[in-house]
Design a protein around this ligand. Structure first.
Ligand SMILES: [Zn+2]
Length: 126
């Protein structure tokens, strides 16, 4: 079960206990219940930020895995500022390959420039 759902349910339960406790004249009981509600609210915030952090780290980890593994594919040569691979005549964006190990095929703009539709980099003929 999702941790935020569990905490949300706990908060609802504490709320219901607070409703019931209106008929109870025990100050200590009511204080403890208020403390519990505050702790649960803090816990919910903390869990939400941890979930976000985990998602960030997963994304970072995936990217690291992709870029750190020695790829069996090597750029064979450069042509018009683009990368070419063995047995493939497509011109790929060097920025996408270098940063993400992603093969983005470029499109021709004119005789001097090509364009990467993924990272929007104009690639100059050099
Ligand atoms: Zn690109």
């Amino acid at each position: 079960m999702d941790i935020l759902t569990t905490i949300g349910t706990s908060i609802d339960l504490a709320k219901r206990l607070r409703e019931i406790s209106k008929n109870i004249e025990d100050a200590e009981f009511r204080n403890l219940l208020a403390d519990l509600s505050n702790e649960l609210a803090d816990l919910k915030l903390e869990a939400a930020s941890l979930k976000e952090r985990i998602a960030e780290l997963q994304e970072e980890n995936g990217l690291l895995k992709k870029t750190s593994q020695p790829s069996d594919e090597k750029t064979t040569r450069r042509q018009w500022g683009c990368y070419l691979f063995e047995g493939d005549s497509t011109l790929y964006c060097p920025a996408c390959w270098d940063s993400k190990r992603q093969k983005s095929s470029t499109t021709r703009v004119n005789t001097r420039f090509r364009h990467c539709p993924v990272c929007n980099t104009p690639i100059g003929a050099g």
